[in-house]
Design a protein around this ligand. Sequence first.
Ligand code: IMP
Length: 424
Amino acid sequence: MSNTIVVGAQWGDEGKGKIVDYLTEHVDVVVRAQGGNNAGHTVIHDDVKYVLHLVPSGILWGDKLNVIGNGVVLDPIGLVEEITKLRGQGVTITPNNLLISDCAHLAMPYHKGLDKAREAARGDKKIGTTGRGIGPSYSDKVERAGLRGTALRDADALCQEVAERIALHNEFITSQGIEPVNADEVLPKLREAAIMLAPHVTNTVVALHDARKAGKDMLFEGAQGTFLDIDHGTYPFVTSSNTTTGGACTGSGISPRHIDRVVAVAKAYTTRVGSGPFTTENDAIGDMLHNMGREFGATTGRARRCGWLDMVLVHWACMVNGADELAITNLDGLDGLDTIKLCTAYKLDGKVINHPPSTIAEIERLEPVYEEHQGWKQDLSGIRNADDLPPLAKKYLARVAELAEAPVTLIGIGPSRDQTLRVC
Ligand code: IMP
C-alpha cells in the first residue's frame, strides 16, 4: 500500500493535473482535499482535452474511486455544470465513483457576489481572486456559519436558507457596485444541483479508511500551490486553504501517518496569476510563452504572469511539504532560449538571503540572484525517454535538484501522458 500527496511548489498551475493523471494509473482512489473550483486542471487523456475544476482527475480512468473531501469548498451549481460537460465527453460519473463529503462546505452564489464585492472594496489592494467565492466560503466555515454537504440532501430547506442569505448579502454586494445575486435565477439551479448531487454525499472519512484498510492506494491531488497557502504563502495574496501537504490530511481525515510519499510539482519557469509580488517576473519570458499559446488560465482564461525559475521558492516548498520527489513540468517551454536564468538566492537590502521573507514589503524589495545556464536549443517534445534528453537539459535539471534538495523524478515535455518522462 502506498499513499501519495501531489502538491504545487509555486503559485499554482504547475501542471499537477498531468502529474496526477500520470500517477493515477497505479492507484485506486483519487482525493481532492482543499480549494474549490478556483482550481483548473487541464488533462489530455487518449487525445481528448478535459478541464477539471472540482472533480478529481481519477474520473478519467473509469475504474478509480474519486473523493471530494471535507476540506474542499464545493459549488454545487459549478460541479453539476462540470459533471454534465464531462458526461458529454463520454466520462462515466455515478454515486459509485464520485463521493462528496457530507462535511465539505458549500460555496454559494452569495459567496461569489461577496468575493467580487470584497475585491472591489479593496481597491488597488485587490488580491486578484478567481471570483469563485472561495475566500467568503472559507470565512463562513471558520466563522462557523457555513452550509455543508449534508444540506444538499434537503433541496427545499437549502433553497430557503440560501434565499435568506442572498437577501442579507445583496445590500453589501450592491453597495460595492457589483450586480446583486439574482435569487430567481440561481435558486432553481441550486435546487436541481442539490437533487442531482445528494446521492453522492456521504461520510468520505469512513469510505477512505475502508479503502485504506482494504489495501487500496490513494493519491491526494493538491490544488493551487505552496505560495498560495493561507499560512505559508505570500499572504495576503494567497487563497484561503492550506495548499501544502497538511491540508491533504485535514481535508480528508487521513492521518499523516498513512502518507508514504510526497511529490512536489514545479514548472521549469515560474508563473503567477492574480496580484502580489513576483521576484523573478520577466515580461520577455511571458511574451515568448504567450506567443506559443501557453500560460492562459484554465479557470479564468487570464494570461498568467511569467518569469524565471525561482529556486528559493521551490526549495522552500520542498522543505515545508516534505517532498520526497520533485516533478519538473513544461521543460519544453524553454526549448528556444539561448540562455536560461535560475534564481538561486535573493538580495534583501544588500544582504544575500536563501529563504522567502514573511512580509510583502520585504518581498517587494528583493533582488533576484541569478546564475545562467546555456539553453539546449532543441525541440524536446518528441523525446520519450529521460536518458535521451540533451546534456544541457540534464545539466539544468541536475542543478534544479541540487538547489531543491530533492531528486527530480518526473519531467514534463508536453501535454500528453506519454510526454511525462520518468527518471530511473
Ligand atoms: P481565490 O482562490 O479565488 O480566492 O484567489 C486567491 C489567489 O489565488 C488569486 O491570486 C488567484 O489568482 C489565485 N489562485 C486561486 N486558484 C488558483 C489556481 O488554481 N491556480 C493559480 N492561481 C490560483
